[in-house]
Design a protein around this ligand. Structure first.
Ligand SMILES: NC(=O)c1ccc[n+]([C@@H]2O[C@H](COP(=O)([O-])OP(=O)(O)OC[C@H]3O[C@@H](n4cnc5c(N)ncnc54)[C@H](O)[C@@H]3O)[C@@H](O)[C@H]2O)c1
Length: 436
């Protein structure tokens, strides 16, 4: 049976490499469509958990994992040799930055070294990890042709960026259009045939480079617009205008404007990182990606700006940061998720500790964080007594389940970076408004 026929009949055996925020939801989506899926990860703890039916990704329903395991549609392994029995592989491993803020593609390289011995004719390989234009053709393709296989004839290779938005209740893998570019036309057709079984729409582009660039454009667009919103917030503080009022009014324009809001800085595994992949690639071509650089400067300075607002607020109450008890509300990088990767809350907390504050945090989704090499446990709940004893409360992440009314009533000083505290109270300093 050809791969195309196996896809149509759901006989194709699917592999997902990297079972994190991206890989596990994708694996579940394939099982929901009726495919048999093997998840491969080097993290033995994750593989053991999944083998016991234990889910660790918020966006994956426990019942979906249970169902997939019970129907023998999903298994997890650390052993790459299972690939010899698989027909299609999606690679979803991390693509972080190294210490010099350059792309760290060691995870992709490691996968390719483990995978290359097991590739076989009529196999489809799709890279989903966000990366710089050229990665699929320059890094992946040569490994797959080592045995003499010809791309587009003996095997198929595509890039298809993951667009998952953790915590988004409206859009998940299935109803978010998926962009895909194949190394050859036949590769693109094969990749589309597979993904059309799990997503509402596959948007085919002419090459993996175009697909790689689409993802970087999307996230660079966000980083730059957030940077603009952050800069406008600072301008509004200086002009004594309420930035939230301005943004809400601007957002009533039905065309030519898209709403972005200021905040304490960028977080997560995508927006703070992906634009660097693009600027790094362009640097090699002797071009400075200036928008990216400027947005990066503004966004990374936001935690310091938040700390300055704390300082001003405390000063107005004849207090200093040094020696003050400061409570950070929300340490996840965005609302309603438990992911603290690159979270601006961590930068705010480090800066406050450096300035001599006694820092604590509350986050209904996060029990502990690692800060300056040691583990800090979060408060389990918010009480009136605890808020009363705190000199300043900083709202960094506005999870829906947090009782902001209680915070408003019981706190002595609030720095609100998310515009969630109602009214113009004298003890509230809002980002983009300042200390009134
Ligand atoms: N998290 C998001 O919201 C999101 C959204 C869109 C795109 N992406 C991109 O998707 C990719 C994966 O991100 P993520 O958030 O799922 O990361 P993650 O850290 O949650 O998961 C990656 C998984 O890959 C595993 N892994 C690492 N090296 C491996 C190897 N050599 N072989 C097998 N498994 C290996 C890790 O153990 C981990 O379980 C990244 O390129 C990221 O930029 C992430």
């Amino acid at each position: 049976m050809t791969l195309k026929n196996k896809i149509t009949s759901r006989d194709a055996r699917i592999g997902v490499i990297g079972l994190g925020y991206v890989g596990l939801p994708l694996a579940m989506e394939f099982t929901r469509s009726g495919f048999n899926v093997t998840g491969i990860d080097i993290d033995t703890e994750k593989v053991e958990k999944l083998s016991r039916g234990e889910n660790y990704i918020q966006d994956v329903k426990d019942t979906d994992l249970d169902h997939a395991i019970q129907k023998n549609l999903f298994s997890a392994s650390t052993d790459f040799s299972v690939i010899q029995d698989l027909d299609a592989i999606s690679i979803c491993v991390p693509t972080p930055l190294n210490k010099q803020k350059n792309p760290d593609i060691s995870f992709i390289n490691s996968v390719m070294n483990s995978l290359k011995d097991y590739i076989h004719p009529d196999m489809l390989i799709v890279l989903e990890s966000t990366t710089y234009p050229g990665t699929t053709r320059e890094l992946i393709l040569p490994k797959l042709t080592e045995k003499g296989y010809v791309v587009g004839e003996d095997f198929y290779l595509c890039f298809s960026p993951e667009r998952i938005d953790p915590g988004n209740k409206e859009f998940g893998t299935a109803n978010t259009p998926k962009v895909l570019g194949g190394v050859t036309k036949k590769c693109g057709e094969m990749g589309s045939a597979l993904y059309e079984t799990i997503v509402s729409q596959v948007v085919s582009v002419s090459s993996p480079e175009a697909a790689e660039m689409v993802k970087l454009l999307e996230n660079t667009f966000r980083a730059i617009n957030i940077g603009l919103a952050n800069e406008v917030a600072i301008m509004c503080e200086k002009l004594k205008i309420d930035v939230w009022e301005v943004i809400d009014a601007a957002a009533t324009k039905p065309f030519g404007y898209m709403k972005f809001t200021p905040g304490p800085g960028l977080g997560g595994h995508c927006i703070p990182i992906d634009p660097h992949y693009l600027s790094w690639k362009l640097k090699a071509l002797d071009y400075d990606a200036r928008f990216i650089q400027l947005a990066g400067e503004i966004n990374t300075a936001m935690p310091r700006h938040v700390v300055n607002l704390v300082r001003d607020g405390l000063n107005s109450q004849q207090k200093s940061i040094k020696g003050s008890n400061i409570l950070v509300i929300g340490v996840a990088y965005k609302k309603n998720v438990n992911d603290v990767r690159e979270s601006p809350a961590l930068d705010v907390m480090k800066l406050l500790q450096h300035d001599g504050a006694i820092v604590s945090f509350f986050d209904p989704y996060v029990t502990e964080v690692r800060l300056n090499g040691s583990v800090m446990k979060g408060n389990k709940s918010l009480s009136s007594d605890f808020l009363n004893q705190t000199d300043a409360v900083i709202i960094v992440t506005d999870h829906d389940s947090i009782d902001f009314q209680l915070i408003r009533i019981e706190s002595r000083l609030i720095i609100d970076t998310r515009n969630v505290i109602d009214g113009n109270c004298s003890h509230v300093v809002r980002l983009g408004v300042g200390n009134r």
